[in-house]
Design a protein around this ligand. Structure first.
Ligand code: NAD
Length: 369
């Protein structure tokens, strides 16, 4: 068996705990991985003068694959999101997030198996913003008045929403290819093209055009507000969902809620021949260092990584072990218990131990068979 080198970014808050759990589970599959640990986030600011040191990007560019924990973005500070910067720097244009319902998870639903494909590089996340009262903002407001004869209140802050044809076609094509390669039957494009005729209009037009290349996959579109309602009422009707950046972000958390919470939602940020896998959830600072949160999202991000590396059998075994531990409902974290104060809930690392144990016992059962 070959050996992979993977960049490991523990992140901050609960990041180091869940990433350690994921790393141990991945190693227990027997797939040989050399981890190149690189730190990013507020903790390295003093040393490097940036929360995203060049050596982190260099390591990922070299290894082509990374497993990453969440990184805190202080609200309202000058500090831009490391997560957004990393996706942009490496052109990880597709955010792939599968939401599968594992029996035993705490949810109102019985049948959810949705994959959200989110555009990762533009839209309102492009980071082109005008601060209230800045000279360039005043100039921009004058420009809009002159060219569009439209009033923007002078005390406004402004964020631009560019959606390009090239990036829209690229993400929709990614979603259709994913659907085809993974035996999925339908792609739903989400937008608000009735209001944002140009930006979301381009997304919708691009989606319709690309859909013609995939006659074997059903295509439909939904306006984002209606999509939210439909997902809450009838999630079993949806399969692959493709959306511009912001709607994709919001729908991701909505879908995490459908399958039992953020603790269960893995993800991957994927570009051309390069990928960074990370849970959907953030750094949950209030739980940091408490060995309390659910490691499943991070472990399942590891499962996605193993599939990406071509280690399909190992991925299947690890996912099966996670599913069994959740179904049994004993050695699971508080969020997987019926009552969140249940004293029998185990910690992050103990749940990872249970997953490893489940993998070993199923291996022994297979040998006995
Ligand atoms: P969050 O996802 O960190 O936490 C919200 C709540 O979700 C938590 O309080 C907890 O109740 C629950 N939760 C999250 N992860 C869980 C887990 N593994 N197990 C059980 N419950 C879990 O969201 P937030 O509080 O909005 O964000 C905190 C910080 O994380 C912010 O600085 C934000 O910018 C950052 N963030 C980073 C990423 C990333 O690194 N990709 C993603 C989202 C948010």
């Amino acid at each position: 068996m070959g050996m992979f080198t993977v960049t490991l970014i523990p992140g901050d808050g609960i990041g180091p705990e869940v990433i350690d759990a994921a790393r141990r589970c991945i190693e227990a599959t027997g797939v040989r991985i050399k981890w190149e640990v690189r730190q990013a986030g507020a903790s390295v600011m003093d040393e490097y003068g940036t929360p995203l040191p060049e050596e982190v990007l260099e390591s990922i560019r070299k290894n082509k694959v990374a497993l990453k924990g969440p990184i805190t973005t202080p609200v309202g500070s000058g500090f831009r999101s490391v997560n957004v910067a990393l996706r942009k720097a490496l052109d990880l244009y597709a955010c792939l997030r599968p939401y599968k319902l594992y029996p035993g998870a705490r949810t109102r639903y019985t049948d959810v198996d949705i994959v959200v494909v989110r555009e990762n590089t533009e839209d309102l996340y492009a980071g082109i913003e005008f601060a209230e009262g800045a000279p360039e903002t005043e100039e921009f407001i004058r420009f809009v008045k002159e060219k569009k004869n439209a009033e923007i209140r002078p005390d406004s802050g402004i964020s631009l929403k560019p959606n390009s044809r090239s990036a829209s076609e690229r993400i929709v094509r990614f979603a259709f290819n994913y659907a085809r390669e993974n035996g999925r039957r339908k792609v739903t494009a989400v937008h608000k093209a009735n209001i944002m005729k140009y930006s979301d209009g381009i997304f919708l037009e691009s989606a319709r055009k690309v859909a013609e290349e995939f006659p074997d996959i059903v295509f439909e579109d939904r306006i984002v507000d209606n999509m939210c309602m439909q997902l809450v009422q009838r999630p079993e009707q949806y399969d692959v969902i493709v959306a511009p950046n912001l709607y994709g972000d919001i729908l991701s958390d909505l879908c995490a809620g459908l399958v039992g919470g953020l603790g269960l939602a893995p993800g991957g940020n994927i570009g051309e021949g390069i990928a960074v896998f990370e849970p959907t959830h953030g750094s949950a600072p209030k739980y940091a260092g408490k060995n309390k949160v659910n490691p499943t999202a991070a472990i399942l991000s590891g499962v996605m990584m193993l599939r990406y590396l071509g280690e399909k059998e190992a991925a299947q075994r690890l996912e099966g072990a996670v599913a069994r531990v959740i179904a049994e409902g004993k050695k699971v974290t508080y969020d997987l218990k019926e009552n969140r104060d249940d004293p029998t809930a185990v910690g992050t690392s103990e749940m990872a131990d249970a997953v490893i144990e489940a993998m070993v016992t199923s291996g022994e059962a297979a040998i006995r068979d």
